[in-house]
Design a protein around this ligand. Sequence first.
Ligand code: NAD
Length: 358
Amino acid sequence: MYRIAVLPGDGIGVEIVPQAIKSLQAIGDKFGHQFNFSEALIGGAAYDAVGHPLPEATLDLCRSSDAVLLGAIGGPKWDDLPVHLRPEAGALLPIRKELALYANLRLCTLFPGLLHASTLKKDVLQDVDILVIRELTGGLYFGDKSREKTPDGGEKATDVLTYSTLEIERIVRFAYQAARQRSKRLCSVDKANVLESSRLWRETVQKLALEYPDVETVHMYVDNCSMQLIRNPRQFDVIVTENMFGDILTDEASMLTGSIGMLPSASIGGEVGLYEPAHGSAPDIAGQNKANPLATILSAAMLLRYSLQLEKEARVVEEAVRKVLQEDYRTPDLAEPGKKVLGTAEMGDLVAKTIREI
Ligand code: NAD
């Protein structure tokens, strides 16, 4: 029996998470596993209910579970709260820190049926399959922040960007291990021409590269990388980068897959892993049964793979998503003439049914 903490969160989070649960239940029935799902509050929903976006009870549930499945959090309703109570700063960053989730894996895989869905030309996209490994508990998002008045009557705001050798080494080693299991190519992204933290990043990668002679290491500046991702994405296999660069580059890379609704993520490093789609709570489409649940379903596949070591089961979920897309079923974000458009819940039902049939 596996204990899964379920944190739907806000906006489309409450619509997409149940779809991933349907897939996990189908896997349970097919392979004889029992998943025990326990739900807890996070984000704006938690603030509304108990006055804090990350209640202690939610953290306790996560710590006592085998894995955490998260939807998305945040929305305009909570944007004007004091920073420490806002869903992102008050829950998303702290839960990563509390669970020691220093490695965030985002898979940008172009599913065969979606070659035409991206805004990019299809000959650039064929066979794109990139694993971005983002450092998740350091850098600018976690540095000291301050504001002070200036003599001219304005203000000065400061965000501190710090990385230690230890923080860089552990994520880069992780990336080398991942590269060894793929095509043995690693691209380390930094801004070493300008930032001191990036110079330490690059020096550390250069030292570690000597321990992994079987892996080809390439260094790239982040501005160049953002351009290369669009120009020739097939040159990349595994990318490793720091927190903010990874945040931005993966949103860009999501468009290679056709929609941000296709990009799953795994956050690991501590005792319990956290799995969530790479997108946010999409307030513009929340409550309308329009959200694409596939990123969340694919995140559940990563949960099976990385937290429960159920590789075969993970592959069945991925295969079901591939099949549904190849049979031309789409949510509205990927709608094209000639495709069959389904709502969030119907897409969840179809993937679960396909899992049972495979
Ligand atoms: P977003 O990812 O929520 O939405 C960006 C655009 O993508 C929107 O047009 C949205 O409709 C679309 N989109 C996102 N997910 C989709 C899906 N599954 N299917 C179809 N379309 C989808 O980003 P945003 O608008 O910048 O942020 C909205 C809120 O989410 C903010 O409060 C933000 O802070 C929060 N956020 C949370 C997380 C998280 O929970 N991990 C991540 C990013 C943003």
